[in-house]
Design a protein around this ligand. Structure first.
Ligand code: ADP
Ligand code: ADP
Length: 232
């Protein structure tokens, strides 16, 4: 099935002299169990597309569906609940709570929602993250790569239908970045998640099943089974 889809998505910032068309009629869909990378030059609209597709920002026109739900039909409360229950987020900055342990960070969104994590699922995610021996550590006691693995595990904790990453390897060296990309790919292959990742790194895009190329707010190309040297 389709995990998420955009139809004729347009986003305009500002007006008059400061008017910027960040997205200009973007239609695409993200299939369940597929890992998509979104690439393009700085300022082409990658973050805006991700933020709109994830319900973090509202488009000027066009529609976003998560599963069969049209986000435009939801009030703020329902939209917040859908994001919380069905969408995971990973950003360039790890955004962990420094006073909480790795495990507490991973389960924090669920705790806030008053939900308990599924223990079996949590075990699988923690093992896949390679964090089993680090669950009692606080962020300051972890490397950048480990902190981002906590952030990915947190994104996966609620068994979300789709995980969005905005330059998830942007703050990492290539080795730690490769671990994160392997983890994201495993979450697709072994956990059946859907992942959509914004990146400017061809190596990162090489982990995806498909790459979308944006330019000036438009989808201009698409590649299946990318490799780093073909993306360059
Ligand atoms: P990318 O992620 O590809 O670098 P963005 O989606 O961040 O691109 O930005 C696309 C365009 O929209 C850019 O010209 C950017 O300056 C503009 N833009 C993004 N966010 C805002 C905003 N909140 N207000 C005004 N302009 C914005
Ligand atoms: P990225 O590195 O992901 O492209 P940016 O540096 O373009 O991110 O943007 C970071 C944040 O600033 C985003 O939330 C974006 O919406 C906002 N932003 C980007 N460009 C502008 C702008 N021209 N005016 C106001 N906000 C902007």
């Amino acid at each position: 099935g389709i995990a998420a889809a955009t139809t004729d998505l347009t986003k305009v910032y500002g007006s008059g002299d400061t008017r910027v068309v960040a997205l200009d009629g973007v239609s695409t869909s993200f299939r369940e169990g597929e890992f998509t990378a979104i690439m393009g030059p700085s300022g082409c609209g990658k973050s805006t597309l991700m933020h709109c597709a994830a319900g973090l920002d509202s488009p000027t026109s066009g529609t976003v569906r998560i599963g069969t739900t049209d986000l435009g039909t939801l009030d703020d409360r329902r939209l917040t609940r859908l994001r919380r229950d069905r969408i995971g987020f990973v950003f360039q900055a790890f955004n962990l709570v420094p006073t909480l342990t790795a495990l507490e960070n991973i389960t924090l969104p669920l705790s806030i929602a008053g939900r308990r994590p599924d223990p079996q699922w949590l075990d699988r995610v923690v093992a896949m993250a390679g964090l089993s021996q680090r669950l009692d550590h606080r962020p300051a006691q972890l490397s950048g790569g480990q902190q981002q693995r906590v952030a990915v595990a947190r994104a996966l904790a609620s068994q979300p239908a789709i995980v969005f990453g905005d330059e998830p390897t942007g703050n990492l060296d290539s080795r730690a970045g490769a671990e994160i990309l392997g983890f994201l790919r495993d979450s697709v292959r072994e956990l059946g998640r859907t992942v959509v990742m914004v990146t400017h790194d061809p190596v990162a895009a090489g982990y995806a099943d498909r790459v979308l190329f944006l330019s000036d707010g438009r989808l201009v190309d698409e590649m299946s089974h990318p490799t780093a040297d073909r993306v360059l």
